[in-house]
Write a protein that binds this ligand. Structure first.
Ligand SMILES: N[C@@H](CCC(=O)N[C@@H](CS)C(=O)NCC(=O)O)C(=O)O
Length: 216
Protein backbone atom coordinates (compact mmCIF):
# COMPACT_ATOMS: atom_id res chain seq x y z
CA UNK A 1 0.00 0.00 0.00
CA UNK A 2 1.34 3.46 -0.88
CA UNK A 3 1.41 6.29 1.64
CA UNK A 4 0.73 9.89 0.70
CA UNK A 5 2.07 12.57 3.03
CA UNK A 6 0.02 15.69 2.44
CA UNK A 7 -2.07 18.47 3.89
CA UNK A 8 -5.77 18.88 3.26
CA UNK A 9 -5.53 22.37 1.78
CA UNK A 10 -2.26 22.01 -0.09
CA UNK A 11 -2.92 22.32 -3.84
CA UNK A 12 -0.01 20.05 -4.70
CA UNK A 13 -1.34 17.35 -2.34
CA UNK A 14 -4.83 17.86 -3.77
CA UNK A 15 -3.63 17.39 -7.37
CA UNK A 16 -1.83 14.20 -6.35
CA UNK A 17 -4.94 12.84 -4.60
CA UNK A 18 -7.02 13.51 -7.73
CA UNK A 19 -4.53 11.67 -9.95
CA UNK A 20 -4.39 8.69 -7.58
CA UNK A 21 -8.19 8.55 -7.41
CA UNK A 22 -8.53 8.78 -11.19
CA UNK A 23 -6.25 5.77 -11.39
CA UNK A 24 -8.22 4.00 -8.61
CA UNK A 25 -5.10 3.61 -6.48
CA UNK A 26 -5.43 2.94 -2.76
CA UNK A 27 -3.16 4.78 -0.38
CA UNK A 28 -2.76 5.63 3.28
CA UNK A 29 -3.14 9.34 3.93
CA UNK A 30 -0.60 10.76 6.36
CA UNK A 31 -1.40 14.32 7.35
CA UNK A 32 1.48 16.77 7.73
CA UNK A 33 0.18 19.84 9.51
CA UNK A 34 1.60 22.81 7.62
CA UNK A 35 -0.12 25.23 10.00
CA UNK A 36 2.15 23.83 12.72
CA UNK A 37 5.21 23.65 10.46
CA UNK A 38 5.44 19.87 10.74
CA UNK A 39 6.94 19.90 7.24
CA UNK A 40 10.00 21.64 8.65
CA UNK A 41 10.64 19.07 11.39
CA UNK A 42 13.69 16.88 10.96
CA UNK A 43 11.61 13.69 10.80
CA UNK A 44 9.74 15.00 7.74
CA UNK A 45 12.88 16.44 6.17
CA UNK A 46 14.31 12.93 6.14
CA UNK A 47 11.50 12.15 3.69
CA UNK A 48 11.86 15.37 1.71
CA UNK A 49 14.81 17.66 2.46
CA UNK A 50 12.85 20.50 0.79
CA UNK A 51 10.30 20.39 3.60
CA UNK A 52 7.38 20.38 1.17
CA UNK A 53 4.36 18.17 0.67
CA UNK A 54 3.39 15.99 -1.05
CA UNK A 55 5.64 12.99 -0.57
CA UNK A 56 4.56 9.63 -1.86
CA UNK A 57 6.05 6.50 -0.34
CA UNK A 58 5.81 3.44 -2.58
CA UNK A 59 7.59 0.46 -1.02
CA UNK A 60 11.14 1.71 -0.48
CA UNK A 61 10.78 4.56 -2.99
CA UNK A 62 10.28 8.09 -1.74
CA UNK A 63 8.78 10.36 -4.35
CA UNK A 64 8.59 14.14 -4.08
CA UNK A 65 7.71 17.09 -6.36
CA UNK A 66 4.12 16.58 -7.48
CA UNK A 67 4.85 16.96 -11.25
CA UNK A 68 7.37 14.12 -10.97
CA UNK A 69 5.00 12.07 -8.80
CA UNK A 70 2.18 12.47 -11.32
CA UNK A 71 4.42 11.45 -14.22
CA UNK A 72 5.68 8.47 -12.21
CA UNK A 73 2.09 7.37 -11.51
CA UNK A 74 1.37 7.62 -15.23
CA UNK A 75 4.44 5.52 -16.06
CA UNK A 76 3.85 2.83 -13.45
CA UNK A 77 0.04 2.71 -13.60
CA UNK A 78 -0.83 3.27 -17.27
CA UNK A 79 -4.51 2.27 -16.83
CA UNK A 80 -6.90 5.23 -16.89
CA UNK A 81 -4.25 7.33 -18.69
CA UNK A 82 -3.89 10.96 -17.72
CA UNK A 83 -1.90 11.89 -20.81
CA UNK A 84 -3.15 11.61 -24.40
CA UNK A 85 -1.45 9.14 -26.74
CA UNK A 86 -0.21 11.62 -29.35
CA UNK A 87 2.81 13.87 -28.87
CA UNK A 88 0.97 17.13 -29.54
CA UNK A 89 -1.82 16.18 -27.12
CA UNK A 90 0.76 15.30 -24.46
CA UNK A 91 2.49 18.62 -25.06
CA UNK A 92 -0.80 20.50 -24.66
CA UNK A 93 -1.70 18.75 -21.39
CA UNK A 94 1.80 19.28 -20.00
CA UNK A 95 1.76 22.94 -21.10
CA UNK A 96 -1.51 23.63 -19.25
CA UNK A 97 -0.17 21.74 -16.22
CA UNK A 98 3.01 23.83 -16.28
CA UNK A 99 1.09 27.11 -16.62
CA UNK A 100 -0.52 26.25 -13.29
CA UNK A 101 2.22 24.25 -11.60
CA UNK A 102 5.16 26.50 -12.58
CA UNK A 103 3.68 29.93 -13.21
CA UNK A 104 0.64 30.34 -10.94
CA UNK A 105 0.81 28.06 -7.91
CA UNK A 106 4.40 28.84 -6.77
CA UNK A 107 3.54 32.55 -6.47
CA UNK A 108 0.64 31.98 -4.10
CA UNK A 109 1.72 28.98 -2.11
CA UNK A 110 1.81 29.11 1.65
CA UNK A 111 5.50 29.72 2.33
CA UNK A 112 5.64 32.63 -0.15
CA UNK A 113 2.57 34.23 1.46
CA UNK A 114 3.98 33.64 4.95
CA UNK A 115 7.18 35.39 3.86
CA UNK A 116 5.19 38.36 2.56
CA UNK A 117 3.19 38.52 5.81
CA UNK A 118 5.86 37.78 8.38
CA UNK A 119 9.13 39.02 6.88
CA UNK A 120 7.97 41.88 4.65
CA UNK A 121 5.00 42.93 6.84
CA UNK A 122 2.59 42.92 3.91
CA UNK A 123 -0.98 43.26 5.17
CA UNK A 124 -3.67 40.69 4.39
CA UNK A 125 -5.43 42.88 1.83
CA UNK A 126 -2.21 43.28 -0.18
CA UNK A 127 -1.49 39.56 0.12
CA UNK A 128 -4.89 38.91 -1.49
CA UNK A 129 -4.10 41.51 -4.19
CA UNK A 130 -0.80 39.73 -4.87
CA UNK A 131 -2.53 36.36 -5.25
CA UNK A 132 -5.23 37.83 -7.48
CA UNK A 133 -2.59 39.41 -9.70
CA UNK A 134 -0.90 36.14 -10.60
CA UNK A 135 -3.98 33.93 -10.69
CA UNK A 136 -5.91 36.28 -12.99
CA UNK A 137 -2.94 36.68 -15.34
CA UNK A 138 -2.54 32.91 -15.62
CA UNK A 139 -6.26 32.17 -15.86
CA UNK A 140 -6.76 34.83 -18.58
CA UNK A 141 -4.20 33.10 -20.80
CA UNK A 142 -5.52 29.64 -19.95
CA UNK A 143 -9.09 30.71 -20.74
CA UNK A 144 -7.99 31.78 -24.24
CA UNK A 145 -6.23 28.47 -24.82
CA UNK A 146 -9.28 26.50 -23.68
CA UNK A 147 -11.70 28.61 -25.76
CA UNK A 148 -9.57 28.13 -28.90
CA UNK A 149 -9.53 24.33 -28.68
CA UNK A 150 -12.62 23.34 -30.68
CA UNK A 151 -12.05 19.61 -30.17
CA UNK A 152 -12.17 19.93 -26.40
CA UNK A 153 -14.91 18.11 -24.52
CA UNK A 154 -15.79 18.85 -20.89
CA UNK A 155 -12.23 18.74 -19.57
CA UNK A 156 -9.07 20.78 -20.20
CA UNK A 157 -8.18 18.51 -23.08
CA UNK A 158 -10.26 16.01 -25.05
CA UNK A 159 -13.09 14.00 -23.53
CA UNK A 160 -11.36 12.52 -20.51
CA UNK A 161 -9.69 13.91 -17.42
CA UNK A 162 -5.96 14.46 -17.79
CA UNK A 163 -3.10 15.77 -15.67
CA UNK A 164 -4.21 19.27 -16.68
CA UNK A 165 -7.50 18.82 -14.75
CA UNK A 166 -5.56 17.50 -11.75
CA UNK A 167 -3.71 20.83 -11.72
CA UNK A 168 -6.65 23.09 -12.59
CA UNK A 169 -9.26 22.09 -10.01
CA UNK A 170 -7.04 22.76 -6.94
CA UNK A 171 -5.96 26.07 -8.48
CA UNK A 172 -9.62 27.10 -8.92
CA UNK A 173 -10.28 26.18 -5.28
CA UNK A 174 -7.38 28.32 -4.22
CA UNK A 175 -8.56 31.19 -6.48
CA UNK A 176 -11.93 31.06 -4.69
CA UNK A 177 -10.16 31.16 -1.33
CA UNK A 178 -8.35 34.31 -2.46
CA UNK A 179 -11.67 35.82 -3.63
CA UNK A 180 -10.71 35.95 -7.32
CA UNK A 181 -13.64 36.95 -9.53
CA UNK A 182 -13.87 33.97 -11.89
CA UNK A 183 -16.68 35.33 -14.07
CA UNK A 184 -14.29 36.21 -16.90
CA UNK A 185 -13.29 32.55 -17.28
CA UNK A 186 -16.43 30.62 -18.38
CA UNK A 187 -14.48 27.65 -19.77
CA UNK A 188 -12.52 27.27 -16.54
CA UNK A 189 -15.74 27.49 -14.49
CA UNK A 190 -17.40 24.86 -16.69
CA UNK A 191 -14.48 22.41 -16.43
CA UNK A 192 -14.34 22.93 -12.68
CA UNK A 193 -18.08 22.29 -12.28
CA UNK A 194 -17.90 19.19 -14.45
CA UNK A 195 -14.87 17.71 -12.66
CA UNK A 196 -16.31 18.41 -9.22
CA UNK A 197 -19.23 16.14 -10.05
CA UNK A 198 -16.88 13.16 -10.43
CA UNK A 199 -16.06 10.93 -7.46
CA UNK A 200 -12.29 11.01 -8.09
CA UNK A 201 -12.42 14.77 -7.60
CA UNK A 202 -14.93 14.94 -4.73
CA UNK A 203 -13.01 12.29 -2.78
CA UNK A 204 -9.86 14.40 -3.18
CA UNK A 205 -11.56 17.60 -1.97
CA UNK A 206 -9.66 19.29 0.88
CA UNK A 207 -12.72 19.46 3.12
CA UNK A 208 -13.27 15.69 3.17
CA UNK A 209 -9.70 14.82 4.13
CA UNK A 210 -9.10 13.43 7.63
CA UNK A 211 -7.08 16.53 8.65
CA UNK A 212 -9.70 19.06 7.49
CA UNK A 213 -11.36 21.06 10.24
CA UNK A 214 -14.61 19.40 11.30
CA UNK A 215 -17.69 21.39 10.30
CA UNK A 216 -19.87 22.51 13.21
N1 LIG B 1 6.90 22.10 -6.63
C1 LIG B 1 6.45 21.43 -5.43
C2 LIG B 1 5.79 22.44 -4.53
C3 LIG B 1 5.29 21.81 -3.25
C4 LIG B 1 4.71 22.85 -2.32
O1 LIG B 1 4.89 24.07 -2.52
N2 LIG B 1 4.01 22.38 -1.30
C5 LIG B 1 3.46 23.28 -0.34
C6 LIG B 1 2.00 22.99 -0.10
S1 LIG B 1 1.05 23.24 -1.57
C7 LIG B 1 4.21 23.13 0.97
O2 LIG B 1 4.55 22.02 1.36
N3 LIG B 1 4.45 24.23 1.67
C8 LIG B 1 5.17 24.19 2.88
C9 LIG B 1 5.24 25.54 3.54
O3 LIG B 1 4.40 26.38 3.24
O4 LIG B 1 6.12 25.71 4.35
C10 LIG B 1 5.47 20.31 -5.80
O5 LIG B 1 4.74 20.47 -6.79
O6 LIG B 1 5.45 19.27 -5.12
Amino acid sequence: MMALYGYFRSSTSYRTRIAMNLKSLDYDYIAVNLAQDEQLESAFKLLNPQGLVPVLQADDLLLYQSPAILEWLEDIYPDNPLLPKDASGRMQVRAISAMIGCDIHPLNNRRILQYLRNELSVDEEDVITWCNRWITEGFAALEKILAKDKTRGKFCYGDNPTLADCYLIPQVASARRFKVDLSAYPNIIEIDAHCRRLKAFTDADPMVQPDAPKSQ
